[in-house]
Design a protein around this ligand. Sequence first.
Ligand SMILES: [Zn+2]
Length: 294
Amino acid sequence: MLKRAAVRMQSAIAVAIAVVASVLVLAVAPWWMVVIGPLVGLGYRAAALRPITRRERVALAPVPETWRELLSRRVPFYERLTPPAQRRFEGDVAVFLAEHRIYGPQGSEVPEEVKLMIGAGAAMLCHGRPDWEWPHVRDIVVHPTQWNEDGEPGDHHGIAGQVHLQGPVLFSRKQIRFGFRKPDGENVVLHELAHVLDMADGAADGSPDRFAWSAVPGWEDLVKSRLKSVRRKQGGPLRAYAGTNSAELFAVAVEVFFEQPQRLRKQDPQLYEALATLFNVDPDTGVLRRALPE
Ligand SMILES: [Zn+2]
Protein backbone atom coordinates (compact mmCIF):
# COMPACT_ATOMS: atom_id res chain seq x y z
CA MET A 1 0.00 0.00 0.00
CA LEU A 2 3.04 2.26 -0.06
CA LYS A 3 3.68 4.41 -3.05
CA ARG A 4 7.45 4.61 -2.91
CA ALA A 5 7.85 5.79 -6.51
CA ALA A 6 5.45 8.68 -5.85
CA VAL A 7 7.34 9.57 -2.68
CA ARG A 8 10.65 9.66 -4.53
CA MET A 9 9.11 11.90 -7.19
CA GLN A 10 7.67 14.31 -4.59
CA SER A 11 10.96 14.37 -2.77
CA ALA A 12 12.86 15.20 -5.97
CA ILE A 13 10.38 18.00 -6.79
CA ALA A 14 10.81 19.44 -3.30
CA VAL A 15 14.59 19.46 -3.53
CA ALA A 16 14.38 21.08 -6.99
CA ILE A 17 12.08 23.81 -5.60
CA ALA A 18 14.56 24.45 -2.79
CA VAL A 19 17.55 24.70 -5.17
CA VAL A 20 15.81 26.93 -7.73
CA ALA A 21 14.39 29.19 -5.03
CA SER A 22 17.83 29.52 -3.45
CA VAL A 23 19.49 30.47 -6.73
CA LEU A 24 16.79 33.06 -7.52
CA VAL A 25 16.86 34.71 -4.17
CA LEU A 26 20.64 34.76 -4.10
CA ALA A 27 20.57 36.78 -7.33
CA VAL A 28 17.89 39.31 -6.52
CA ALA A 29 16.67 39.13 -2.96
CA PRO A 30 17.85 40.25 0.43
CA TRP A 31 19.75 37.80 2.61
CA TRP A 32 16.75 36.68 4.65
CA MET A 33 15.10 35.26 1.54
CA VAL A 34 18.12 33.02 1.11
CA VAL A 35 16.93 31.32 4.27
CA ILE A 36 13.22 31.30 3.35
CA GLY A 37 13.69 29.75 -0.13
CA PRO A 38 15.15 26.45 1.05
CA LEU A 39 12.71 26.39 3.97
CA VAL A 40 9.74 26.54 1.55
CA GLY A 41 11.14 23.57 -0.37
CA LEU A 42 11.91 21.58 2.74
CA GLY A 43 8.48 22.41 4.19
CA TYR A 44 6.82 21.11 1.05
CA ARG A 45 8.93 17.96 1.28
CA ALA A 46 7.97 17.36 4.90
CA ALA A 47 4.25 17.91 4.13
CA ALA A 48 4.36 15.61 1.10
CA LEU A 49 6.11 12.82 2.96
CA ARG A 50 4.24 13.00 6.28
CA PRO A 51 1.36 10.56 5.49
CA ILE A 52 3.75 8.07 3.94
CA THR A 53 6.28 8.13 6.75
CA ARG A 54 3.48 7.74 9.31
CA ARG A 55 2.18 4.76 7.36
CA GLU A 56 5.65 3.27 7.02
CA ARG A 57 6.21 3.67 10.73
CA VAL A 58 2.99 1.76 11.43
CA ALA A 59 3.79 -0.89 8.82
CA LEU A 60 7.28 -1.56 10.15
CA ALA A 61 6.48 -1.56 13.89
CA PRO A 62 6.43 -5.05 15.43
CA VAL A 63 2.93 -6.35 16.09
CA PRO A 64 1.90 -8.02 19.37
CA GLU A 65 2.47 -11.77 19.63
CA THR A 66 -1.29 -12.17 20.18
CA TRP A 67 -1.83 -10.87 16.64
CA ARG A 68 0.52 -13.48 15.16
CA GLU A 69 -1.11 -16.20 17.19
CA LEU A 70 -4.59 -15.25 16.01
CA LEU A 71 -3.53 -14.84 12.38
CA SER A 72 -1.84 -18.26 12.48
CA ARG A 73 -4.94 -19.84 13.98
CA ARG A 74 -7.60 -18.16 11.87
CA VAL A 75 -6.05 -17.13 8.56
CA PRO A 76 -4.68 -20.05 6.49
CA PHE A 77 -3.50 -17.57 3.83
CA TYR A 78 -1.16 -15.96 6.41
CA GLU A 79 0.13 -19.37 7.47
CA ARG A 80 1.24 -20.17 3.93
CA LEU A 81 3.34 -17.02 3.53
CA THR A 82 7.10 -16.91 3.93
CA PRO A 83 8.32 -15.12 7.10
CA PRO A 84 9.14 -11.86 5.22
CA ALA A 85 5.75 -11.97 3.50
CA GLN A 86 4.12 -12.57 6.89
CA ARG A 87 5.83 -9.43 8.24
CA ARG A 88 4.47 -7.44 5.28
CA PHE A 89 1.01 -8.92 5.86
CA GLU A 90 1.14 -7.93 9.56
CA GLY A 91 2.15 -4.40 8.51
CA ASP A 92 -0.77 -4.22 6.07
CA VAL A 93 -3.17 -5.28 8.84
CA ALA A 94 -1.70 -2.66 11.19
CA VAL A 95 -1.96 0.10 8.57
CA PHE A 96 -5.56 -0.81 7.73
CA LEU A 97 -6.55 -0.77 11.40
CA ALA A 98 -4.69 2.50 12.01
CA GLU A 99 -6.42 4.23 9.10
CA HIS A 100 -10.01 3.07 9.64
CA ARG A 101 -12.53 3.79 12.37
CA ILE A 102 -14.04 0.48 13.47
CA TYR A 103 -16.79 0.62 16.08
CA GLY A 104 -20.03 -0.96 17.21
CA PRO A 105 -23.50 0.58 17.66
CA GLN A 106 -23.38 4.02 19.37
CA GLY A 107 -19.61 4.01 19.03
CA SER A 108 -19.11 1.00 21.30
CA GLU A 109 -15.82 -0.92 21.37
CA VAL A 110 -15.23 -3.85 19.01
CA PRO A 111 -13.13 -6.79 20.32
CA GLU A 112 -9.56 -6.66 19.04
CA GLU A 113 -9.72 -10.12 17.48
CA VAL A 114 -12.73 -9.04 15.39
CA LYS A 115 -10.85 -5.94 14.23
CA LEU A 116 -7.90 -8.16 13.37
CA MET A 117 -10.08 -10.39 11.22
CA ILE A 118 -11.32 -7.35 9.29
CA GLY A 119 -7.73 -6.16 8.83
CA ALA A 120 -6.69 -9.65 7.75
CA GLY A 121 -9.39 -9.71 5.06
CA ALA A 122 -8.15 -6.37 3.72
CA ALA A 123 -4.52 -7.55 3.82
CA MET A 124 -5.42 -10.71 1.87
CA LEU A 125 -7.13 -8.75 -0.91
CA CYS A 126 -4.19 -6.35 -1.24
CA HIS A 127 -1.29 -8.76 -0.65
CA GLY A 128 -0.41 -8.99 -4.33
CA ARG A 129 -1.48 -5.41 -5.03
CA PRO A 130 0.14 -3.21 -2.40
CA ASP A 131 -0.45 -0.15 -4.57
CA TRP A 132 -4.20 -0.37 -4.00
CA GLU A 133 -5.60 2.22 -1.64
CA TRP A 134 -8.68 1.60 0.51
CA PRO A 135 -11.14 4.50 0.70
CA HIS A 136 -10.38 5.69 4.24
CA VAL A 137 -13.53 7.75 4.35
CA ARG A 138 -15.54 4.59 4.95
CA ASP A 139 -16.04 3.73 8.59
CA ILE A 140 -16.60 0.11 9.57
CA VAL A 141 -19.53 -0.59 11.86
CA VAL A 142 -19.74 -3.99 13.54
CA HIS A 143 -23.17 -5.03 14.84
CA PRO A 144 -23.49 -7.83 17.41
CA THR A 145 -26.09 -9.69 15.33
CA GLN A 146 -27.45 -9.89 11.82
CA TRP A 147 -30.31 -7.63 10.72
CA ASN A 148 -33.15 -7.38 8.19
CA GLU A 149 -33.97 -4.94 5.39
CA ASP A 150 -35.52 -2.54 7.92
CA GLY A 151 -32.37 -2.62 10.05
CA GLU A 152 -34.00 -4.65 12.82
CA PRO A 153 -31.41 -6.78 14.63
CA GLY A 154 -31.62 -10.52 15.17
CA ASP A 155 -29.63 -13.55 14.10
CA HIS A 156 -32.76 -15.02 12.50
CA HIS A 157 -32.50 -12.18 9.94
CA GLY A 158 -30.52 -12.72 6.79
CA ILE A 159 -28.11 -9.76 6.42
CA ALA A 160 -24.59 -10.43 7.71
CA GLY A 161 -22.80 -7.59 5.97
CA GLN A 162 -23.68 -4.64 3.77
CA VAL A 163 -22.01 -1.94 1.78
CA HIS A 164 -23.44 0.80 -0.41
CA LEU A 165 -21.77 3.12 -2.90
CA GLN A 166 -21.12 5.51 -0.01
CA GLY A 167 -21.19 5.32 3.75
CA PRO A 168 -19.89 2.79 6.23
CA VAL A 169 -19.24 -0.90 5.70
CA LEU A 170 -21.52 -2.92 7.99
CA PHE A 171 -20.76 -6.32 9.46
CA SER A 172 -22.33 -8.78 11.86
CA ARG A 173 -19.74 -9.62 14.53
CA LYS A 174 -20.96 -13.19 14.75
CA GLN A 175 -20.65 -13.66 11.00
CA ILE A 176 -17.12 -12.22 10.95
CA ARG A 177 -16.08 -14.88 13.45
CA PHE A 178 -18.00 -17.52 11.50
CA GLY A 179 -16.22 -16.48 8.29
CA PHE A 180 -12.80 -17.09 9.84
CA ARG A 181 -13.74 -20.27 11.69
CA LYS A 182 -12.94 -22.54 8.77
CA PRO A 183 -12.14 -22.06 5.08
CA ASP A 184 -15.52 -23.17 3.74
CA GLY A 185 -15.76 -20.64 0.92
CA GLU A 186 -17.90 -18.16 2.89
CA ASN A 187 -16.33 -15.12 4.48
CA VAL A 188 -18.35 -11.95 4.97
CA VAL A 189 -15.23 -9.77 5.38
CA LEU A 190 -13.78 -10.84 2.04
CA HIS A 191 -17.24 -10.50 0.47
CA GLU A 192 -17.97 -6.95 1.61
CA LEU A 193 -14.44 -5.69 1.04
CA ALA A 194 -14.59 -7.13 -2.49
CA HIS A 195 -17.68 -4.93 -2.97
CA VAL A 196 -15.71 -1.95 -1.64
CA LEU A 197 -13.01 -2.57 -4.27
CA ASP A 198 -15.69 -3.02 -6.92
CA MET A 199 -17.44 0.23 -5.95
CA ALA A 200 -14.30 2.37 -5.96
CA ASP A 201 -15.10 3.43 -9.52
CA GLY A 202 -18.64 4.45 -8.53
CA ALA A 203 -20.41 1.33 -9.83
CA ALA A 204 -21.16 -2.07 -8.34
CA ASP A 205 -20.80 -4.11 -11.49
CA GLY A 206 -18.29 -6.86 -10.71
CA SER A 207 -15.57 -5.02 -12.65
CA PRO A 208 -13.48 -2.97 -10.22
CA ASP A 209 -11.95 -0.04 -12.01
CA ARG A 210 -8.54 -0.50 -10.50
CA PHE A 211 -8.01 -3.98 -11.85
CA ALA A 212 -5.78 -4.46 -14.84
CA TRP A 213 -8.63 -5.73 -16.98
CA SER A 214 -6.44 -5.62 -20.04
CA ALA A 215 -4.49 -8.46 -18.42
CA VAL A 216 -7.63 -10.61 -18.34
CA PRO A 217 -9.21 -10.46 -21.78
CA GLY A 218 -12.86 -11.42 -21.72
CA TRP A 219 -13.45 -10.77 -18.00
CA GLU A 220 -16.94 -9.39 -18.58
CA ASP A 221 -17.89 -12.34 -20.81
CA LEU A 222 -16.56 -14.67 -18.11
CA VAL A 223 -18.77 -12.99 -15.49
CA LYS A 224 -21.81 -13.22 -17.80
CA SER A 225 -21.27 -16.90 -18.53
CA ARG A 226 -20.80 -17.75 -14.82
CA LEU A 227 -23.95 -15.78 -13.96
CA LYS A 228 -25.87 -17.94 -16.43
CA SER A 229 -24.45 -21.21 -15.16
CA VAL A 230 -25.10 -20.32 -11.49
CA ARG A 231 -28.68 -19.29 -12.31
CA ARG A 232 -29.24 -22.53 -14.20
CA LYS A 233 -27.94 -24.44 -11.17
CA GLN A 234 -25.36 -26.19 -13.30
CA GLY A 235 -23.17 -26.88 -10.30
CA GLY A 236 -19.72 -25.42 -9.88
CA PRO A 237 -17.84 -23.78 -7.04
CA LEU A 238 -20.04 -20.67 -6.58
CA ARG A 239 -23.06 -20.71 -4.27
CA ALA A 240 -26.50 -19.69 -5.54
CA TYR A 241 -26.25 -16.13 -4.17
CA ALA A 242 -23.62 -15.42 -6.86
CA GLY A 243 -26.48 -15.54 -9.38
CA THR A 244 -28.03 -12.33 -7.94
CA ASN A 245 -26.06 -10.04 -10.25
CA SER A 246 -22.52 -9.45 -11.54
CA ALA A 247 -21.43 -7.60 -8.36
CA GLU A 248 -22.49 -10.51 -6.14
CA LEU A 249 -20.90 -12.98 -8.53
CA PHE A 250 -17.58 -11.15 -8.16
CA ALA A 251 -17.85 -10.93 -4.34
CA VAL A 252 -18.75 -14.62 -3.96
CA ALA A 253 -15.99 -15.64 -6.37
CA VAL A 254 -13.47 -13.65 -4.29
CA GLU A 255 -14.57 -15.53 -1.15
CA VAL A 256 -14.04 -18.92 -2.81
CA PHE A 257 -10.78 -17.82 -4.44
CA PHE A 258 -9.18 -16.89 -1.12
CA GLU A 259 -10.85 -19.50 1.08
CA GLN A 260 -10.80 -22.57 -1.19
CA PRO A 261 -8.32 -21.83 -3.97
CA GLN A 262 -7.60 -25.47 -4.77
CA ARG A 263 -11.29 -26.23 -5.17
CA LEU A 264 -11.81 -23.20 -7.44
CA ARG A 265 -8.72 -24.07 -9.50
CA LYS A 266 -10.02 -27.61 -9.99
CA GLN A 267 -13.67 -26.81 -10.66
CA ASP A 268 -13.29 -23.58 -12.65
CA PRO A 269 -9.70 -23.08 -13.80
CA GLN A 270 -10.62 -20.16 -16.06
CA LEU A 271 -12.20 -18.15 -13.22
CA TYR A 272 -9.30 -19.08 -10.91
CA GLU A 273 -6.74 -17.87 -13.46
CA ALA A 274 -8.60 -14.59 -13.99
CA LEU A 275 -8.71 -13.86 -10.25
CA ALA A 276 -5.08 -14.94 -9.70
CA THR A 277 -4.06 -12.48 -12.41
CA LEU A 278 -6.19 -9.70 -10.93
CA PHE A 279 -5.05 -10.19 -7.34
CA ASN A 280 -1.51 -11.11 -8.42
CA VAL A 281 -1.34 -14.07 -6.05
CA ASP A 282 -1.98 -17.81 -5.84
CA PRO A 283 -3.78 -18.03 -2.49
CA ASP A 284 -3.02 -21.74 -1.99
CA THR A 285 0.70 -20.96 -1.78
CA GLY A 286 0.72 -17.21 -1.08
CA VAL A 287 3.24 -16.84 -3.93
CA LEU A 288 2.89 -13.71 -6.04
CA ARG A 289 2.35 -14.05 -9.78
CA ARG A 290 4.58 -11.07 -10.52
CA ALA A 291 7.23 -9.71 -8.17
CA LEU A 292 6.42 -6.35 -6.59
CA PRO A 293 8.34 -3.26 -7.69
CA GLU A 294 10.93 -1.96 -5.22
ZN1 LIG B 1 -22.83 -8.91 -1.60
